[in-house]
Design a protein around this ligand. Structure first.
Ligand code: P6P
Length: 327
């Protein structure tokens, strides 16, 4: 008997006392948008959906046509959910806000609509990453304060990796669960419940071309992994698409790193819609996620597009970096 993500979310929402049904209605907006994106990606080479859109986004990056499509799909599907107070996208400089009361507009959704989209033209996995925050009571701050909450305040987070199959991984704080899109029925079907990241893996994942400008301790750390100091031989795997590199780390263990570099001293990856959701999932699966200076989920955001270094992976590799010590 199959369990769809909708059924799973309904079961979960009882546990997070969101029995109103609005929470599952909200997440169904995300899953619907990702199915629209998936359909577009699958035939991108046939329908002129590849290539640059011809504008740059708030990040100063060349927008791909599919970036724009994915962003519009999420804004449209989620904007129709009356429980949404604000939408924060990697593609938009400012949040999209809705004039809804604190009682109705209970959630803020933060997302990277299509991460790694520059890889699409060479047929490499890309992903959608999302994070759900609950709006604070008016007494605790305005909408801006509700948006800039640290990652440990997330009520849900997840990603979809568009690869050989399309896999959705999400958490509401009660474990991390994976679903595979079954195109014959158009539903995400449960394929891996309560995922556990291996205590130690055999891969490290980092863009080694930046090694010369990392802080010294990162070079020493990679040398430690290469030298067998953690009791096993490591292989290097780097796809250059965050969701794909993270998904492998979640399943196989090991460590993914994007350290500070000369060009990006605060790190390249974004706190709110990349590091936070993936950190939430990693911790739910028994892994760890750090900025190198502290737990990712404890960082208080100053801005919606704030960057952070990200080191995420299995306990053994994470403790070797954060607390030293090899054997
Ligand atoms: P680099 C893709 O552009 C992205 O935002 C992430 O998906 C990926 O992890 C990272 O950048 C790759 O960056 O500098 O190694 O090319």
């Amino acid at each position: 008997m199959i369990t769809t993500v909708q059924q799973h979310i309904l079961q979960q929402q009882q546990e997070i006392s969101e029995a109103s049904g609005r929470f599952s209605w909200l997440l169904s907006g995300i899953t619907l948008a990702t199915k629209m994106v998936e359909a577009k990606i699958r035939t991108a080479g046939l329908n002129d959906a590849l290539g640059a859109f011809g504008q740059t986004n708030v990040q100063g990056e060349q927008q791909q046509k599919l970036d724009v499509y994915a962003n519009l799909a999420l804004l449209h599907c989620l904007g129709l959910r009356d429980s949404v107070a604000a939408l924060v996208s990697e593609e938009d400089e400012e949040p999209v806000t809705f004039d809804r009361s604190v009682e109705t507009g209970k959630y803020i959704i933060v997302f990277d609509p299509l991460d790694g989209s520059s890889n699409i033209d060479v047929n490499v996995n890309v992903g959608t990453i999302f994070s759900v925050l609950r709006r604070l009571p008016a007494s605790e701050g305005d909408l801006q304060a509700s948006i800039l909450q640290p990652g440990h305040a997330q009520v849900a987070a997840g990603y979809v990796v568009y690869g050989p199959s399309t896999v959705l991984v999400y958490t509401t704080g009660h474990g991390a669960h994976a679903f595979t899109l079954d195109p014959t029925i158009g539903a995400y079907v449960l394929t891996n419940e309560n995922m556990r990241m291996p205590e130690q893996g055999s891969y490290y994942s980092v863009n080694e071309s930046n090694a010369a400008t990392w802080p010294k301790e990162y070079r020493e750390y990679i040398d430690q992994l290469r030298s067998g100091a953690l009791g096993r031989q490591y292989s290097s795997r780097y796809i250059g698409s965050l969701v794909a590199d993270f998904h492998r780390t979640l399943l196989k263990g090991g460590v993914f790193l994007y350290p500070p570099t000369l060009e990006q001293p605060a790190g390249k990856l974004r706190l709110m819609y990349e590091a936070n959701p993936l950190a939430f999932i990693a911790e739910q699966a028994g892994g760890m996620a750090s900025s190198g200076k502290g737990r990712i989920l404890d960082i208080k955001p100053e801005g919606i597009h704030q960057r952070t270094p990200l080191i995420v992976g299995s306990k053994r590799e994470m403790e070797a970096l954060l607390h030293g010590g090899s054997q």
